[in-house]
Design a protein around this ligand. Structure first.
Ligand code: FES
Ligand code: FES
Length: 152
């Protein structure tokens, strides 16, 4: 069965079984390996993508549930001015160590700032709480959010 997905502004036809979790289709069939498979249980945030602008975990929900929606992965995040700003802020803040969590966090911060351009610290913490970082990069991620939100 062929499904149509809208990914990073392009319509893609995929042949994976409809109940395949989205991340496997992104990574294995579309070769978009930015989203990472961490827990596979919607508990770490590494697999986050934007779906119709909302931060969405891709490791459990079936690919068929994303038909007709606009998916943006970290590979496509720089197509928007805000996405580029967030990417640059992560670089400026050196907000990564091993990087395994980073694509999910870049997606999450872009989604957050798109909805709330100037979030307070509690709002940022709440939005990023689902995103685990075993390397302890969160203080620098918070700094990246400040930079991206226009702080200095
Ligand atoms: S891999 Fe999806 S939340 Fe951990
Ligand atoms: S930078 Fe290594 S898990 Fe976050």
């Amino acid at each position: 069965m062929t499904l149509e997905l809208r990914v990073n502004g392009t319509t893609q036809r995929v042949d994976s079984a409809p109940d395949t979790p989205l991340i496997f289709v992104l990574r294995n069939e579309l070769k978009l390996t930015g989203a990472k498979l961490g827990c596979g249980l919607e508990q770490c945030g590494a697999c986050a993508v934007l779906v119709d602008g909302e931060v969405t975990l891709s490791c459990v929900s079936s690919v068929e549930s994303f038909e007709g929606k606009n998916i943006v992965t970290v590979e496509g995040i720089g197509a928007s001015e805000l996405g580029r700003l967030v990417q640059d802020a992560f670089v400026d803040a050196t907000a990564a160590q091993c990087g395994y969590c980073t694509s999910g966090l870049v997606v999450a911060v872009t989604g957050l700032l798109s909805a709330q351009p100037n979030p307070d610290r509690d709002t940022v913490r709440e939005a990023l709480a689902p995103h685990l970082c075993r390397c302890g990069s969160h203080p620098r991620v918070l700094r990246a959010v400040e930079i991206a939100a226009g702080g200095s």
